[in-house]
Design a protein around this ligand. Structure first.
Ligand code: NDP
Ligand code: KPL
Length: 355
């Protein structure tokens, strides 16, 4: 039986690892001590379609133990890297004992570019990108809930049967899995949706409440239009990852509230408690993935000569507010901005309209 390790089990990694465990996979999780103490009591998995499973007696690998071992003792067949984008560089140092030349590394980050350092560190391994479309929340200690739709999508490997086998063995009710032959376009399509993460973090409200307010939707739509202009310049054709095509999404978002409610009932079909991963980061005073999301659009835009002023301003605001928060810590820098979190829709609209 193939062996799997989920490295950096937080929300996504724990959901993935526990799903694999209850399917009978040989899987071990590497996580922080606080996460382990919760998961070790057993995990309840549920989703928005009311699927349910229990995963008991998960296997864990301790980071300290790992460092004392060599790949010939502990290397796995599949390593799922589920740390945040900014955790990848450190993780690359820590995963060394888990990787031998047969190990396939699966990068499960949002945004663009986090697989690049992995490929540089392991040029002879198969490194595949994975797109995670759904949201995972911890409803209570050890209860992980998939709050929205979509298939976890794995990049097609050069050896096609490798990813095909993986997809068919994993695909299940709680963890729908699919394969993609055009991962770059798919990741841009997912990135389009993730541009709203920053607004969700700044607004400091659940995704559903944010989408019910046109002011927030207009800001998200403006950033999406910039992304669509950049991706067009790059010659990408974005696949449909919502009920409407990628280039129609901004128009739907800009509709008045009463029309939006009628047209976008699928977009609003998210659990009322869903918040984006950036909301969790900001709320826990952790670094955000802003540079890999809106920052990636801004960087690519600058590279191909497409202006992205709204994304630039939102990146600056998220960074300033993260800085302002860390200034509350002893020895932190002083805040440089007037806006404070929660930021209202009208404040954000004024910010992105500035000339
Ligand atoms: N949450 C969601 O619903 C979704 C998330 N995503 C994406 O999936 C990726 C993972 O997100 P998510 O699961 O939310 O992130 P989490 O922060 O919940 O999980 C990552 C976990 O890895 C731990 N970690 C980081 N570095 C190491 C290390 N070197 N050794 C051991 N543990 C480590 C972190 O601990 P610590 O925080 O202490 O560093 C954290 O517990 C992100 O790119 C995110 O954007 C995509 C879709 C939905
Ligand atoms: C699923 C989605 C789009 C929103 O929760 C997400 O990717 C995230 O939270 O980072």
């Amino acid at each position: 039986m193939s062996s799997h390790v989920v490295f950096g089990a937080g929300l996504i990694g724990s959901y993935l690892g526990a799903s694999m465990h209850q399917l009978g996979f040989k899987v071990a999780l590497v996580c922080r001590a606080s996460v382990k103490s919760k998961l070790a009591q057993g995990v309840t998995l549920t989703d928005y379609q009311e699927h349910y499973a229990q995963a008991q007696e998960l296997n864990f690998l301790d980071s300290e133990v790992l460092l004392k071992l060599k790949p010939e003792q502990i290397a796995c067949d599949y390593l799922w890297l589920t740390v945040k984008c900014h955790g990848v560089e450190q993780a690359l140092l820590d995963i060394a004992p888990l990787v031998s030349k047969r190990t396939v590394i699966l990068c499960c980050q949002n945004g663009l570019g986090s697989e690049a350092p992995v490929k540089r560190a392991y040029p002879n391994n198969t490194v595949l990108r994975v797109m995670v479309p759904f949201n995972v929340v911890e409803l209570e200690k050890g209860h992980l809930h998939r709050g929205s739709q979509g298939d976890l999508t794995i990049e097609q490997a050069n050896k096609a049967d490798l990813s095909e086998k993986l997809v068919s063995s994993l695909n299940s009710d709680l963890l729908p899995v699919a394969l993609s032959k055009d991962m770059q376009s798919l990741l841009w399509a997912k990135l389009q949706l993730n541009l709203g993460n920053s607004i969700n973090a700044l607004a400091d409200i659940p995704v559903k409440s944010m989408l019910q307010q046109r002011g927030y939707r207009v800001v998200i739509a403006t950033m999406m239009q910039e992304l669509l202009a950049v991706s067009k310049e790059l010659g990408l054709e974005l696949p449909k990852v919502t009920s409407v095509p990628a280039n129609v999404v901004p128009y739907v978002l800009k509709l008045p509230n009463f029309l939006f409610k009628l047209v976008a009932n699928k977009m609003l079909a998210v659990d009322p408690n869903v918040r984006t991963s950036m909301w969790w980061d900001m709320s826990q005073n952790k670094p955000t993935e802003i540079q890999y999301l809106n920052g990636a659009v801004a960087n690519e835009g600058a590279r191909v000569g497409v202006p992205t002023p709204a994304n630039n301003r939102i990146v600056a605001l998220v960074e300033a507010l993260s800085e302002a928060k860390s200034s509350n810590r002893v020895g932190g820098k002083q805040p440089k901005i007037a806006l404070t979190r929660p930021v209202s829709a009208s404040q954000l609209q004024r910010l992105i309209r500035q000339d």
